[in-house]
Structures are given as structure tokens and as C-alpha cells.
Design a protein around this ligand. Structure first.
Ligand SMILES: [Zn+2]
Length: 361
């Protein structure tokens, strides 16, 4: 288990003692340059989201996290996930001054550099985690990634940052199994698509049913060799933290324990918060902290590091509070608290997921 909350720990490495920070916070100035409001004035994905998060983190002394600047993703890292055509069209659109991909996804002149660094930061994160430089890390970067599939940018997402990082971990860093937990209120359709035929990535998502992009049915558990390795847990509008935590504790984490990942990645969106303007769920800030406690303790129990990448969260002040609470928990603050399983929705979800994994409900 972790040492004292938020303290730097000294661990033996080789013959010397190394000071390990409680976490790494990876960011880049290009995240503040990508601004879809240049093309749609009321767009909710604003640079202020990142500015508010950084203001709050700095007011908390960055929670002891070590700040790092993201590098740009290498072309080969992008090509493990995306087609050459997709990469080229994004680059050309940005270099040509920008353009519209769909009704809510835009590319500006600065967007290519922002996307490259959002993906590159996620790659930096897994490299550092797997080198033992910290047990937890977060990328405070945008644009987000979980809606982007191999050939398609959509839902504010250009490149699929979490998928690019997972593929790098498996291709170059000796990792055999990755858990991707997506707790954004929207279904991570891009990530699900990219890995739906694979049995080396367990993709588990809790999301609001009927919300954009409309995918992620409970009955969709992946395809081919990947059947069972996609866990979709849609919840109704108005679902609260108790239901989300129940699904995490009684469905996702037992399956993940059996899967035994060597790396845990979180697609950390915070738009399931009750004060988010896009989502319709009712999570409180503390619910995100509790989800992070649960994931931290699970990962500690199996010796896997945890990396979180920022996805959604469109009330900048609330987003900032949620990120601080989540990163404090990932660094060791707070305790996991077991709750009673939700009798209806969790039991129904477990009936599906229990076809593939041993659940105790
Ligand atoms: Zn979202």
C-alpha cells in the first residue's frame, strides 16, 4: 500500500535511494491554443478548462506532483492507432488554417500541435510510469481523445490519446495487458472501436445512456477474440455516485482483477458531475475522489501503476475541483469505502458481464 498521503516516498532502486513524487502532472502550452470557439462561439471545450485546473492545482501546491512538459507524439506511435490518411488530413487541415470536421469538432491552426502533444503527453506518462518514476500520473492536456477512432475525429476529439498510450505500452514497454477505465459521462466509442477485437485491452466504460454518441449498449461486449473484453455499463440520466461506485466495485473491478492488467489507464472525464452543462448524471466531486481511491487500491493490490488522461468536463470550476480531488486520491489521500450493491442496475449489468468474468453478485 502507499505511504502517507501526498508525501514523497523514498524507494530503493539499485544501490541508491530514489525519491519518488506522489504523482506526475503532464501539461503543455499548446493545450491553451486549441480553441473551437474560433469557429463556434458557444463551444464548451475551451482553453479555460485547463487554465482553471492549473490554477486549482497550483493553489494546492500541485499536491506534490512533479510537473512535466509533454513531448510531441512520434509518428509511429500515432500510426499504431490511426490511419495515415487520418493523421495527414488533420495535419493538412490545421496547416491550411483550420476547418470543420462535424457540427461540434473543429480544427484550428494550433490544433495539430495541441493534438500531437496531448497524445505525446499520454505516451510520456506511460513511459514514466513503467520506468517506476511514479505510481500515478495525469495528463492535463487537450483536445480529448476517447471519441476518436482509427479514421475519424469526432466529439471534440482528434487523436485517441489513451489508445495511443496503451498501444505504446504494449508495443515498446513490455506490457501484456492494459485496463482502460473510461468514466467520462459519454461513451468512449473511439477507444471501444479500436480495441473491440482485442483480448489484451480490457475496456470498461460507465456512461449515460442516450447521450452522445449513442453507442455503448450493455449487450455490446466486443467482437471476435475480444468478446468479453469490452464492458459497457450505460446508466440512466440522473444516475448518482452510488450507482457509478456500485458498478465500479461490483462489476468493473472484479473483472479487472481477473484480467490482471499490468497498466491501468483512466479516461478521466468529469462531465458526470451534477453541475456539468453537457451531462445529465448527478455525481458529486467526492464521488470522483472515491472512484479514484477504488482504482488506486485495486492497482496497488496488483502492483500496476495508474495513469489518467483528461477527457471531458465542461464546467471549468467544477472540473478543477474534480481533478484536484481525483489526483489527491490517486496520490494516496482518502480511503476506499465499500458500499452495498445497487440491487437493480448493478445486478442487471452483472448478469451480462458475468458471462465472461467471475463476479460475486
Ligand atoms: Zn464527455
Amino acid at each position: 500500500m502507499r505511504g502517507a498521503a501526498l508525501a514523497h516516498t523514498v524507494v530503493p532502486r539499485g544501490d541508491s535511494l530514489t525519491v519518488v513524487p506522489p504523482g506526475l502532472y503532464i501539461h503543455h502550452p499548446s493545450s491553451l491554443e486549441h480553441d473551437p470557439r474560433e469557429q463556434l462561439a458557444e463551444h464548451p471545450d475551451t482553453p479555460e478548462r485547463i487554465a482553471m485546473v492549473e490554477l486549482a492545482m497550483s493553489a494546492h501546491g500541485w499536491l506534490g506532483y512533479e510537473l512535466r512538459t509533454a513531448s510531441a507524439a512520434a509518428e509511429d506511435a500515432l500510426l499504431r492507432v490511426h490511419s495515415a490518411g487520418h493523421i495527414e488530413s488533420l495535419r493538412e487541415m490545421a496547416c491550411g488554417g483550420g476547418g470543420k470536421i462535424d457540427d461540434d469538432t473543429f480544427v484550428g491552426q494550433e490544433s495539430w500541435q495541441a493534438a500531437l502533444h496531448a497524445a505525446g503527453g499520454a505516451c510520456d506518462m506511460v513511459r514514466a510510469l513503467l520506468a517506476g518514476e511514479s505510481r500515478a500520473a495525469f495528463t492535463g492536456l487537450r483536445p480529448a481523445g476517447h471519441h476518436a477512432s482509427r479514421d475519424t475525429a469526432m466529439g471534440f476529439c482528434l487523436l485517441n490519446n489513451v489508445a495511443i498510450a496503451a498501444e505504446l505500452a504494449m508495443a515498446q514497454l513490455g506490457v501484456s495487458r492494459v485496463l482502460i477505465l473510461d468514466w467520462d459521462v459519454h461513451h468512449g466509442n473511439g477507444t471501444a472501436d479500436i480495441f473491440r477485437r482485442r483480448d489484451d485491452v480490457l475496456f470498461a466504460s460507465i456512461h449515460q445512456q442516450g447521450l452522445y454518441p449513442g453507442t455503448g449498449a450493455l449487450s455490446d461486449s466486443g467482437s471476435g477474440a475480444g468478446v468479453g473484453y469490452t464492458i459497457n455499463l450505460p446508466v440512466h440520466a440522473g444516475a448518482d455516485g452510488e450507482l457509478w461506485l456500485s458498478l465500479l466495485e461490483y462489476v468493473i473491478l472484479p473483472a479487472a482483477r481477473e484480467f490482471a492488467p499490468e497498466l491501468v489507464l483512466i479516461s478521466a472525464g468529469f462531465d458526470a458531475h451534477r453541475l456539468d452543462p453537457l451531462g445529465g448524471c448527478r455525481l458529486e466531486t467526492e464521488d470522483f475522489a472515491q472512484m479514484a481511491c477504488q482504482v488506486r487500491d485495486f492497482a496497488d493490490g496488483i502492483g500496476a501503476p495508474v495513469g489518467a488522461v483528461l477527457e471531458g468536463g465542461y464546467n471549468p470550476e467544477i472540473l478543477a475541483d474534480c481533478v484536484v480531488a481525483t489526483l489527491a486520491a490517486l496520490a494516496g489521500e482518502g480511503e476506499s469505502e465499500s458500499i452495498a450493491p445497487d440491487p437493480v442496475f448493478t445486478a442487471r449489468a452483472a448478469a451480462y458481464v458475468g458471462h465472461h468474468w467471475t463476479l460475486e453478485l
